[in-house]
Design a protein around this ligand. Sequence first.
Ligand code: PEP
Ligand code: MN
Length: 285
Amino acid sequence: MLSLSKETEYYNNIKPISVGDISIHPEKNVYIAGPCAVESEEQMQRIAAAVVGMGALAIRGGAFKPRTNPEAFRGLGVEGLQYLFDAGSLHGVPVVTEVMAERQIDLILQASKNHKNHPFIFQIGARNAQNYELLSAVGKTGIPVMLKNGSGSNIKDMIGAAGYITHGGSPVIMCERGISTFNCGDPKKCAGRFTADLHAVLRFQEEGFLTIFDPSHAAGRADHVVQIALAGVGVGANGVIVEVHDDPQHALCDKDQAISFEQFHTLINTAKQLEQVMRASQFIY
Ligand code: PEP
Ligand code: MN
């Protein structure tokens, strides 16, 4: 039977991961939203208020940004962490933020401590999916890690990468964010910025990983993000992480793929309806 129903043995092997009051769970979908980069205190507060109000269970925002071009905005660093954790604390939701280098691990831990040990998830970005020193170091913290697939990494590569993290004790949440194919690049000339690898969601789950889907970096253009996100939910991802901005056209990072509050509203409401249809047909729990 083609399904992720209770009878599907591998699905029963996926263990929930608690982060503060929320649980990333095989039977529930988590929606995580926020800007690509933390840009200011006000921006972070505005976006957090909007997305949490619409049902996001955690917020995202990069303080350390890996940029293809060093001239581009590379994040606010420690100041950005403060704004992100401020917003998470105020709205009572965990935060997700990228760690790019070993020395940033302590800075992020410290930001959490400064906010009464506010719960968070470390994000490992696509570019660091094979940075084994970093993977090992972050794994030793015991804090949950959302591991994004490298754009050129296959399933075996990613299981190996996850092993470096879990070896130290941190649980891993896989994040499928698109792969490099002949049909990706400029999202106006090709199919997308990357190619959403829907099969990989099922394969990561088969390997025992909770798997969250990132439509933003796959699509690379805002007008495709909602549809691609729904495809991820439809295939049975355990949640969606999406880039949302209060003024997408002026986002300092990844502006072409930043969706508006209205688009996020459509995304989360339609996704929840889709979940219901899937549950009713016992396609998922
Ligand atoms: C991001 O989440 O903003 C990011 C840089 O993602 P990725 O590592 O998937 O490119
Ligand atoms: Mn981004």
